[in-house]
Write a protein that binds this ligand. Sequence first.
Ligand code: NDP
Length: 358
Amino acid sequence: MTGASHSEAVRLMFAELCALLTAVFAASGVGPAQAAILADNCARCERDGALSHGVFRIPGYRASLQSGWVDGGAAAIVERVGPAFLRADARNGFAQPALAAARAELVQMVQECGAAILAIRHSHHFSALWPDLEPFAAEGLIALSTVAGLACVAPTAGARPVFGTNPIAFAAPVAGDLPLVMDLSTSACSNGDTRIAARTGRPLPAGAGVDRDGHPTTDPNAVLDGGALLPFGGYKGAALSLMVEILAAALTGGQFSHEVDFSRHPGAETPRTGQLLILIDPNRGAAAGAPAERIAGFLEILRAAGVDRLPGGRRYAQRRRSERDGIALDPAQWRALDEWARGAPAQAAQSSSRSPTT
Ligand code: NDP
């Protein structure tokens, strides 16, 4: 660790941040195994500059745990319901430990069948989706995942919020390179960006949201104050968001975004819904050459066509900087983590906003 003065950024190596976050989660009521999994996930986000799902999320995790809304010690029940179909009941715990509990059997199923599906229900996913997928693509698999959220997206102007920001993530192996990983919410603007715009007095892009009367607005405060976000791309984004509700809620048995109700758990922020994960062995489908090499070749075509940024590229560049220089934390943020790791009460950690934050 370097730089612990009041103004200088504190720099931690990945393993140091994981250890600190594991202690924070453990001191917040998360079981030891689950704490290590959540810490790894959160540290990956911070390392890669996916800051909306890194250390920034810790107060929300802690407030949700403190409120009794989520069970940090839950052990998922995993059952095989078909040759290539697993389902997991996260039992009101976090989604990532449920995925970890299913992982070995899931990979075995892909080896046997060429593809496998994991349907997780009664799970809280409070992070980015790409950390769930990238390790599978690094092992040569194609991975696709969706998760439902908290109702804050109206299907169209004039309607009330029904969808969550409902992300879709996809990862594929690339010969000789890091996996290609894309991960995007199906709303025109994320909740985090909306809150930042409200704080900094910036308007939202046209088409991002509606006010409480359903009228289009670019005022972030009007969206947050009883209004709603809108899907990206009009009816096309709404269709994708509908697909997410079907895959991550109807299919898994988890709650639809509009069903999430934590009103009896003051402070709670994490959405209790469901997650679907599909894994494919790309080599089963290949007719003309290894898929990972064909993907690498196609990315070259894109670059030659003028594409200078591929999905995941910004994160990988930040990852390289973090691995070289350490992960920079704001000193106040680091001090808070240090206190929470030593058992400071969750009230001190609560976020100021009760808006949906996924
Ligand atoms: P962004 O719009 O920032 O990015 C979406 C994807 O597009 C990323 O893969 C990103 O790669 C890529 N990208 C961004 N800009 C460009 C560009 N100019 N050219 C090429 N590719 C680009 O993400 P969102 O705001 O939609 O979502 C942020 C995160 O929020 C996601 O990780 C998502 O999983 C998470 N989320 C989680 C929810 C939950 O319930 N758990 C709910 C909603 C969202 P790169 O990362 O390299 O920038």
